[in-house]
Structure formats: structure tokens, C-alpha cells
Design a protein around this ligand. Sequence first.
Ligand code: NAG
Ligand code: NAG
Ligand code: NAG
Ligand code: NAG
Ligand code: NAG
Ligand code: NAG
Ligand code: NAG
Ligand code: NAG
Ligand code: NAG
Ligand code: NAG
Ligand code: NAG
Length: 430
Amino acid sequence: MVSAKLPLIFALLSSATLISVAPPVRAARLPSSVRVRGAGEFLKNIGEELANLLNGSRDYSNEGQSNSTRRGLSSSSTSGGGDGGVKENHVAPHVSLGIGTPAMNLTLVFDTTSDLLWTQCQPCLNCVAQAGDMYDPNKSQTFANLTNIYNYTYSKHAFTSGYFATETFALGNVTVPNITFGCGTRNQGYYDNVAGVFGVGRGGGVSSLLNQLGLDRFSYCFSSSGAPGSSTVFLGDSAKLATNTTTPAASTPMVADPVLKSGYFVKLVGVTVGATRVDVAGAAERGRALVIDSTSPVTVLDEATYAQVRRAMVAQLAPLKEANASASTDVGLDLCFELAAGGAKPTPPNVTMTLHFDGGAGDLVLTPANYLTEDSASRLRCLTMMPSSSNGIPVLGSWALLDTLVLYDLAKNVVSFQRLDCTAFLAATG
Ligand SMILES: *[C@@H]1O[C@H](CO)[C@@H](O)[C@H](O)[C@H]1NC(C)=O
Ligand SMILES: *[C@@H]1O[C@H](CO)[C@@H](O)[C@H](O)[C@H]1NC(C)=O
Ligand SMILES: *[C@@H]1O[C@H](CO)[C@@H](O)[C@H](O)[C@H]1NC(C)=O
Ligand SMILES: *[C@@H]1O[C@H](CO)[C@@H](O)[C@H](O)[C@H]1NC(C)=O
Ligand SMILES: *[C@@H]1O[C@H](CO)[C@@H](O)[C@H](O)[C@H]1NC(C)=O
Ligand SMILES: *[C@@H]1O[C@H](CO)[C@@H](O)[C@H](O)[C@H]1NC(C)=O
Ligand SMILES: *[C@@H]1O[C@H](CO)[C@@H](O)[C@H](O)[C@H]1NC(C)=O
Ligand SMILES: *[C@@H]1O[C@H](CO)[C@@H](O)[C@H](O)[C@H]1NC(C)=O
Ligand SMILES: *[C@@H]1O[C@H](CO)[C@@H](O)[C@H](O)[C@H]1NC(C)=O
Ligand SMILES: *[C@@H]1O[C@H](CO)[C@@H](O)[C@H](O)[C@H]1NC(C)=O
Ligand SMILES: *[C@@H]1O[C@H](CO)[C@@H](O)[C@H](O)[C@H]1NC(C)=O
């Protein structure tokens, strides 16, 4: 459930505002590549208000668009699957882009698990707090109303509804006309003062953003440093692995999920904590599918796997003293360790955690920076992993992927992970 305190992880990601920059353009109408460059990211204090969180856990099994009244515009999942889903809070990296003519700036949540682009529209009947001006169709020369209504649900308390329209968008320095998007006039849930969501999930419908842009690849690198300009999203041909590095990329097939159709899933076959190997149940199915969710800082594993990972962690991080359960619960996570009161913080032993993905070439090696986070308010250091509820969908969260180039190759149906210093990588790629 929603926790009483906001751990550092959420604060970091919620402030990671990305700003559009420059792409090489090739196609006449659609950008062949676009970069959305990070800037202004910084670490916030963790004494953040709870109100800054999305109201309610994301419910993947019920997520998607419902009650679409026109052909061709349906998108991701609507299948009823009970009230599964994960129980952590969701805030996410942001991207900035331009909308309309004349263009105005929008800051949107960058979401890999939904395929809809939407923003709050005036006149708004029920909107959430937004920084900056709200988009007004009447003030744009390029707005066209498709007049069909939509309602897209993220969780029990979070949804957007309104009508579809087309507009000109500025992505990086590329201007793309006639993009179908959701003009949200009734929106609920908390979106961290952002104006909507930029969904790059896989989707079949014509409202799918990636389909509209004709993109078959994208990538991102989110930095743990919080330095301005250290995180970027690449759309199109500029999305590629780093070559100027000795770090090999781990590649694994992406799999589809019948329920969360817009999600990118990868199969986890095992986890090695230090020297302890934990096999994930479901070897016959070549592992357990995890959805890669940019809006979830936390990685969620099935209970059996998590329990073994937790046990291995406690044993191998032994110099760190495990905090009591209620202290961990207060932070909103499952396993926390005590930081010394006052004095120097104990350095965690350099225990690596390797995520083994299906495909043989799929080992992603994490260091403590990718699985531990500090909550200085409660003086705890916590594991950024949680067990899923019995019917929940396991998640590969964004904390584990900080300082990792994540490349989605939709043509080859492969996801690649390459550990990098995002700041150095982005400096080198200009
Ligand atoms: C976008 O920016 C890049 C780099 O700054 C530049 O090379 C490119 O020509 C620009 N494209 C347009 C359409 O302005
Ligand atoms: C979350 O949503 C529920 C139901 O809409 C509402 O009762 C509650 O006050 C909301 N909480 C916050 C913090 O907005
Ligand atoms: C769809 O929306 C319309 C208008 O809001 C409503 O009358 C109808 O009952 C809805 N249908 C479903 C299946 O929810
Ligand atoms: C939009 O953001 C860009 C980049 O930060 C900035 O150069 C531009 O002035 C902004 N435009 C408006 C209308 O605020
Ligand atoms: C925008 O235009 C529509 C149709 O032209 C009109 O009905 C509406 O009142 C206008 N809204 C505002 C806020 O000006
Ligand atoms: C667009 O169409 C919808 C559905 O007919 C309508 O509710 C809305 O007011 C229209 N918006 C504008 C700006 O014309
Ligand atoms: C959209 O759907 C949600 C539930 O999925 C519902 O609570 C909400 O009232 C709907 N909004 C509109 C405007 O129909
Ligand atoms: C925009 O797209 C729609 C649907 O794809 C098409 O019918 C329309 O002609 C396009 N308009 C422009 C200005 O390209
Ligand atoms: C749990 O730990 C917290 C913080 O270390 C402490 O304040 C609290 O008294 C402990 N509770 C129990 C039941 O030991
Ligand atoms: C931790 O171990 C990894 C893998 O052996 C190594 O690459 C990294 O440099 C180590 N980090 C520190 C701080 O020692
Ligand atoms: C490649 O990496 C090295 C060391 O990290 C750096 O000095 C060099 O400038 C890089 N070259 C390019 C082309 O990025």
C-alpha cells in the first residue's frame, strides 16, 4: 500500500526532468531519430510530501483504454484480471516536448508500459495540478478534433479521459505534424505536476505513439548522478549501443503478454547474489516474465524468488544490520538496513547482483548502487526490490537500470542492457 514516507528513490526519479534536444532527421514526415535530453535533474530531499505520489498503485492487469467509441483507436489491455498489480508508488522520469502552433512546452511522464500520448486540455473539467500553462486547443492553429472519446485507466484512482485529437508535436528539434493524442479533460491520480504521459509502450492501435512515429527502436540512459543533462531518451536511429566501451551489452528476447499488451516483457531465469545462485521458477517457460516499467523505481519479483534473494542479501551484506520490519514498512519497502546514528555510514560490501535473462547473452550485473537506496530521514538503507502479490505482474524497475543504456529493438524483438556512466556516454555522443 501507499507508504507513509517517501524514499529517496521516488524523490530522485520524480525530479528527473528531461528536456528536448536535437536529432538528426531523415524522413520527410517522421523523425528517424530524436533525442530528448535530460537537464535539471537533481536530488531532492526525501522529506517530500506524500501527496507528491500517484494516488494508488498501478494496476497493470486492468490498465488500458476502455469504452473507445470508434474503430481503430483502441489500444492496450482492457481485460479484467481481478485487482492484481503491484503495490508500490509510481513516479517517473519526465520528458519535455512542444505541442501546437505556436508551440508550447509540456512536461510529461515517460512511460514504457502504456502506448498513449495524452495531455490535459482546456477547458478542463477535472484536472490534476500541473506546472506551467495547460494546453488550450483554441490557441493552436494545428489542432484538429477527432471527436471520439477515450478513457485510459492506470490504476483504481488514476485515469485520463477526454477526446482524441491531432496536433503538431516538437520532439527534440524535430516537428511532427498530425499526431493523434488524448486531450484529457477529466484526469485523476497524481502526476507530479506533469501535464500528462508520453507512452512508448508497444501497441497495435493507430493511437499508439510509436506506431505513429514509425519507430522501430528507442533507448534511454537515466543517470544516477542527478546532474543536469545526464539523462536522455533516444527515439529512432540514434538509439544504439555504445561502441566506445568495454562493457558488453546483455541482450534478451522481448516477449508479449496477453494481459498487458503494451508492456515490454523480458524473461528472468535466475538471480545471482554474490556467490549464491537463485533459480527462478518456470524454467520450462524459459523463465519468469518481468515488465520493464520506467515509472516503477522498484523491481518486483515473485514471492518465492524474492524470498531467496532477500535471504542471500541479508547474509552477504552481513556487516549491515537489518532494520525491524515496521521500520522498513514505514519506508514503503520490504528490507532495510540501519545506518549508524550520527557517525559515518557503513559502506555496504561490494556484493554484485546478476540478473540472468533468457537467451544466454543476457546477464545484467548490478552493484549496490542499483539495488540499495538511502532514506536519510529514517536513517535506513533499503533494497529497491519487493515481493509481488500472488497475482501481481513482476516488474523490472528503473532503479536497477540507472546508469544503464536500455535499448528496445522492435524489429528484432530484443531488449539490450549496457551498463554505462550515462553522463560520460551522453557527453561522448554529443
Ligand atoms: C537538430 O539538431 C541537430 C544537432 O544540434 C542538428 O544537427 C540538426 O540539423 C537539427 N535538425 C533540425 C531539423 O533543426
Ligand atoms: C486518493 O483517491 C481516493 C479516492 O478517489 C481519495 O478518497 C483520497 O483522498 C485520495 N488521496 C489523496 C492523497 O489524494
Ligand atoms: C461508454 O460511454 C458511454 C458514454 O459515456 C456510456 O453511455 C456507455 O455506457 C459506456 N459503455 C461502457 C461499456 O462502459
Ligand atoms: C520551451 O523549452 C525550450 C527548451 O527549454 C525553450 O528554449 C523555449 O523557450 C520554451 N518555450 C516556451 C514557449 O516556453
Ligand atoms: C474553444 O472553441 C470551442 C469551439 O470553437 C468553443 O465552443 C469553446 O467555448 C472555446 N473554448 C474556449 C476556452 O475558448
Ligand atoms: C472535441 O470533440 C469532443 C467530442 O465531441 C468535444 O467534447 C470537445 O469539446 C471538442 N473540443 C474542441 C476544442 O472543440
Ligand atoms: C474512466 O474509467 C474509470 C474506471 O476505469 C472511472 O472511474 C471513471 O469514472 C471514468 N471516467 C469517465 C470520465 O468516464
Ligand atoms: C492526418 O491523419 C489523418 C489520419 O491518418 C488523415 O486522414 C489526415 O489527412 C492527416 N492530415 C494531415 C494534415 O496530414
Ligand atoms: C524499529 O526500528 C525503529 C528505527 O530503528 C525504532 O525506532 C523502533 O522502535 C523499532 N521498533 C521495534 C518494535 O523494535
Ligand atoms: C564492485 O564490484 C564490481 C564487480 O566486481 C566492480 O566492477 C566494481 O568496480 C566494484 N566497485 C567497488 C566500489 O569496488
Ligand atoms: C572513448 O572513451 C575514452 C575513454 O573513456 C575517451 O577518452 C574518448 O574520448 C572516447 N572517444 C569518443 C569518440 O567518444
